[in-house]
Ligand binder design. Sequence first.
Ligand SMILES: [Mg+2]
Length: 238
Amino acid sequence: MSLRVGIDLDGVVANFKSAFETAASEAGVPLPAGDAERASVDPLSSRDVKRIWDFVKRTPNWWVRLAPYEPAQIIRLYETARRLRWEVVFMTRRPSTAGDPVQFQSQWWLEQQGFFYPAVLTVPGSRGELANALRLDVVVDDQIHNCVDVISASTAKAVLLHREARDPAVDEHAVSRGIGVVGSLEEALDVLHHLHGALRERRGRLQRLADWFVTPPKVEALPTVPDRDRVTLRDDGQ
Ligand SMILES: [Mg+2]
């Protein structure tokens, strides 16, 4: 049976934070002085945050501007999904902007990164309900509250991706609840690989809190250039 995987977009594959900081300067909102590298949206007033979002919403197809965090890993996710027959769904709560619908912008962006035919769901509600409805096996997200929501409302496992300075207390809290914690998409994909093997052997008996999350051994390197899928499919007469 295929591994059913949910992947959050912003913070996991797409660098929203950096694009939002650029939008702040384009909107004329100064970021906290002297700490531009580490500035987050938190110190900004709600009025300034609203100004930035207004700018984002007015900008046609703003969501296609984002940079990928780990471009090679997006390709690896696509290739692994094809090879191991995973079903991948990208999930996001991105608000709409001028231009194309958020779903199309996100699909276009993923194709540009080398993930062809991406399924993107733009769902404002609970990640847990979504994981349950889609019968997902695992969800990768950069927000602890989404991960908790997923394991509370579904049988899916959750992997928390913390890119920045890790707070040991948050990691401990997550792990104690059966949530895996990783520091990169590369690590997250290693975990998915491991889960793929574990589920094949033990589907239905896997313990939520016990031993599903381990640091897996490195898998073999995969080619980093995607096959010419559209041509291949046509040549195969499918
Ligand atoms: Mg996110």
